[in-house]
Design a protein around this ligand. Structure first.
Ligand code: XMP
Length: 327
């Protein structure tokens, strides 16, 4: 039986009871796999890795070492929040690694999307290997891989950072307890594990982060435009009561310039593209009908507050034919 194929007999986890049965089963098998070994967890702060962290804290407690890598592609305020929730509130052993320059230097001038994902993925593993050497005796690497990651990597739609980007000489045994689950099932498991709603219902965020929303070769100034416009979008959605209602929303800043006018002078600047979609498990998505007044407010704020931008667009393309992310 292929461990990366979901058995047809596996029941969809739709209730807390089914989630509890899954948790009990996983605790037993995680203890069997790990024994008294030490595990390193790539903790991004997203739903998937947070649920894996909570499962591992339950199964093996102090044998778990969480590592949060700031690769410079995180949303505004995100590293600070991860530290607060996991170190301060959940008492996890959390190692924070500032690797911003390292990632951005490696990515400089790389425009091919698959190449970018692979660089981010393998650099991640290198950082973890270095942390392991400092810790001594780490044998396992835990990851928040979920089933759509596996399906899409198999179908060669795109190389998910935690499936297609692993280097050949990986020195860890992988621990991937939610790899056969769909997103809605991961949320059900997280809620049943007692994680706060703010974490469980947090919108999905790709492993390569803002890197896939700063299309083409990433530059620091354009990445900043992605981060700032994303923060404005999230703030305005929250004020409008759309947080937790719309499945996923973010901005993209493509590597493309167009003419504009500012203070009587001609400008040649980037557009910001807004994307807001609804989905159940990310395999298909529909477009959120944002009220026009809200779109106008967001547009005006972005044009006023984000450097290097002279246009704002709304992406109306469902999945399929488009994917949710632009790369
Ligand atoms: P797409 O763009 O394929 O995205 O329609 C489907 C969902 O997956 C997220 N996504 C990723 N998540 N690593 C991840 O962990 C990735 O490389 C990645 N690419 C896309 C995306 O945000 C959406 O929710």
């Amino acid at each position: 039986m292929d461990p990366n194929v979901r058995p047809e007999t596996m029941q969809r986890i739709t209730t807390p009871e089914l989630a509890q049965a899954f948790i009990d089963e996983q605790i037993t098998s995680l203890r069997r796999q790990i024994g008294d070994g030490k595990v390193l967890l790539a903790l991004s702060g997203g739903v998937d890795s947070s649920v894996v962290a909570a499962l591992l804290i339950k199964a093996i407690g102090a044998q778990l070492y969480c590592v949060h890598v700031n690769h410079g592609l995180l949303r505004k305020g995100e590293p600070e929040q991860v530290i607060k929730v996991f170190r301060d509130e959940l008492n996890a052993k959390l190692i924070y690694v500032d690797a911003v320059d390292r990632f951005l230097n490696k990515l400089a001038g790389v425009s091919d999307p698959e190449q970018k994902r692979k660089i981010i993925g393998s650099e991640f593993i290198r950082v973890f290997e270095e942390e392991t050497r400092k810790l001594e005796g780490i044998r396992f690497l835990a990851q928040g891989t979920i089933y759509p990651d596996i399906l899409e990597s198999n179908a060669a739609v795109k190389a998910h950072h935690n499936v297609g980007g692993l280097p050949d000489d990986l020195q860890f045994e992988l621990v991937e307890p939610v790899k056969l689950l769909y997103k809605d099932e991961v949320r059900m498991v997280g809620k049943t594990l007692g994680l706060p709603d703010s974490m469980v219902y947090r919108q999905p965020f790709p492993g390569p982060g803002l890197g896939v929303r700063c299309t083409g070769a990433i530059t620091r100034d354009r990445l900043e435009a992605v981060r700032e416009s994303d923060a404005i979008l999230r703030e305005e959605f929250s004020k409008a009561g759309l947080e937790g209602k719309v499945w996923q929303y973010f901005t993209i800043v493509p590597d493309y310039l167009s003419t504009g006018i500012k203070d009587g002078h001609r400008t040649y600047e980037w557009p910001v593209i807004i994307r807001a979609v609804n989905s159940v498990d990310a395999t298909a998505a529909t477009i959120e009908e944002i009220p026009y007044s809200l779109l106008t407010r967001i547009t005006n704020r972005i044009l006023d507050e984000v450097c290097g931008v002279n246009r704002v667009l709304y992406d109306l393309s469902p999945k399929p034919v488009a994917t949710i992310e632009w790369e």
